[in-house]
Design a protein around this ligand. Sequence first.
Ligand code: ZN
Length: 981
Amino acid sequence: MHTNPAHVAARLERVVRERLQPRLHEPVGDVEVAAWRVGGDGEPVPPAQALGATYEPLAVGATWGPRWGTTWLRVEGQAPASERPVELVLDPGWSGRFVGGQGEALVYRADGVPLKALHPRNGWFRLTGPGAAEGVVAADGRFTVYVEAAANPLVLDFPPFGETTYGEKPGPDEPEPYRLISAKLCAFDAEVFELLRDLEATGDLMPQLSPDEPRYWKILRAVEAALDAGSDAEAREALAEALSQPANASAHRMTAVGHAHIDSAWLWPLRETRRKVARTLANVLTLMETEPGLVYAMSSAQQYAWVQEDHPELFERVRQRVAEGRIVPVGGMWVESDAVMPGGESLVRQISFGKRYFAETFGHESEVVWLPDSFGYSGAWPQIARRAGYRWFLTQKLSWNDTTVFPHHTFAWEGIDGSRILTHFPPADTYSAEVTAGELRHAVSNFRDKVVSDHSLLLFGYGDGGGGPTREMVARAHRFRDLEGAARVELGAPERFFATAEAELGDNAPVWAGELYLELHRGTLTSQIAMKQGNRRAEALLRTVEYLRAVSAVRDDVPYPHAELDEAWRTVLLHQFHDILPGSSISWVHREARDTYARLEKQLRALVEGPGDPGRIVGWQVVRDANRVAPTKAVAMSEADRFVSDRDGTELSVDVALDNGILRASLDANGNVQSLVDLRDGREIAAGPLGGLRLFRDEPVQWDAWDVDRHVLRRPVPLDLAGVEVTGDAIVVTHRRGASTFVTTYAMEVGRPRLEITVDVDWQEREHLLKLSLPVAVHSLRARYETQYGSIERPTHENTLADEAQYEVCSHRWVHVAEPGLGVGVINDSTYGCDVRRIPGGTDIRPTLLRAPRYPDPHTDRGRHTLRFAVVAGDETQTRKEADDLNAPRLDALAGIEPLVTLDVASGAAVIDWVKLADDRSGDVIVRLYETRGGRAVARLKPSFPATVAETDLLERDPVPVDRLVLGPFQITTLRLVRES
Ligand SMILES: [Zn+2]
């Protein structure tokens, strides 16, 4: 007998598609569909309102919409008596190209209780038979259900990343985007369903095996016999033996966890996420009725809170499944936030708000940080996670690296302070698996820690509105439970995997030290600058407001505004979601977010401001604005000098200078800072013109809002000099290009070792990127960047592929380079993207100011922006102090106050980062501080009021009395000050 495996595979594929799949649902009756389009602004309405609306018949073939609108369908019919389960099968016009990110619907019982959602690969609703919802079908078979259909557009179409207007609602004349393709009653053929899964398990497994092995041929023969069979039962019989062979003794083990990665906003607005979560949970709860082994992991307290608010009855079913351990709240964070840009306190609050919600709502605390999709992970995470009670960390995003391959899947991740946390990257390289033999095979061969472990995690289920795990996925998982040639797949909770892996690894876990840098999506540090500014300013305001209100509470018994601050924090935390703060969402999301940040700032200021002198809180003291120095040594500039159009051939000639007795900056007639001298020792700091703007053409190969490709930074586009002016206390240099204007203002304050550079841009660019070039005469192989609770060193060279791949990195408020005897820092008030590279004679420090990607928001960052920077002559400590100052919000009505607490540092370097009242509303004062230099520090906290001092974890728990503080490198310490009356 001769057999051609390719021919068998092709035959199988066609039989499944054309002969088996269509038989899964046999039409047995029609339904009547009527529709009500939500009018007004088209925003979603509560079910009670929709149920009372007036419906008009909707024929098959008719359109519905508009884009982003909601259409409620009333579906009526009579389920015929049938031995087989009867299902309503609906196709409202889905695109076949994507599972999530398009039209979706939720089926409600006639009394408004949500039951199950409809999605492109999950378009059925069971009316009779096992797993059918109660109270839907009357004794005579009659039923009425309502379907809330969302006309969400496919924003990520094919080819991807094309410019689109779909990120906002349509104009009045645009046609309705969806067409009702079919709505019918069908008998579900369970035998066909099982046969399809048998054929998938075997047919997909075969190409994963080697033709050198007998198993390959046995499966091939079984598949052929099944295709030759005369009935479905006979076909299944033909496959039975192949499907009953047990897995190899050494087979890799996978814990399969149902999951749906639902972005809290992305290619849809926040309000749509509320509905996506409800739909997905309705599906999961339905599937659990017939699949007792299914465990579903869901992160993000915010997403649970939405369902709790919108669908109390659905939420009660969720609560029940959580109690049973079948829905597992994971992550313990408010949202799956960006994991590099939020400040330290923000990450702590992501956790404290999340864990508090899970404890109060479910009596549950998660032990695993769950961030599968964030764009890199700062080296502060291991310490923050451990000090917040976590044991494990999950992501897989580094499988997206564009340059190097991360060497581990299960490892101990060591943070900047030396803390370690067991970390796992699911080796299937996805968080939305479909449980196919191909995925299992990829996971097994890809898993890079086989020498110490044979166990990994598989997260399966369609995310982002695809509807989560399906019955097909679970049926396949059952077949891979113990099957020769495949990994052993067991349905279970992620904790079970982590506990087993932890025991298996013992002390043998490989160690990765430092940040988990994602070699991709480097543009998310810059895109949508208003998100970055909104976040940074909100963090800075919250820091000041919580401190001032703690002072008032302790000194004057003024009630601390817990509720208002909690609300403000929840807003900040939500907007740190990994597609909002990174700027990778549609226009709608960012437009709303800009308004939200503006409103938040007003609300926070209202908590502390009043009539009086303006000032700032820096180092926990009130500081008034220092005076700026007037430009000195100014050679009187003629009108001709102010407008220099041709820069070529202009000789270096010092025209004007700023001098505050510490630094002297000298500018030439072109507005270039040709020299920056530290007058204290006469050193020249500039290694080239400081403060030049560099514009680059920024046309990414893919992932426009996300990516800055390396080719972008090769060749700047020239700007036209439009003027150099000396104002009262500053030097103002103006450039233009097309419709864009760039105004750079140089200034110095009395007594500060810094040159301030403020850039006001009227940004009218498309697909360009703007950097500020600050070449300094410092010879160093490394630069140090501020991160949460400390700093991280990165190379300034490109020796290895991994070094080069970090050509755009995250800097919090400062970056610092040093050689013996000289340190220079660059501080910013609202940017995160940065590169620092070696140049002849020194190091060029280049913060990234703006981008203008066209997808998914075609008008990204168009408009006016102000960004502030300064070059600081001094060490890291000086740089950090100046960054504190630059980022401190200016507030009205700041009377001079004695600090509430002071930190006496006996040796080393440590600072107080945050002061607030305790979350438990006991009135205790919480002080968070950390060691800043990566060394050791000894300090003592001195409250200005009678109190006992205890050390707690990051969540203010488990107080242990403490007197002298001994801090390790970058150690965070949380202190609870119990007031003595
Ligand atoms: Zn995501």
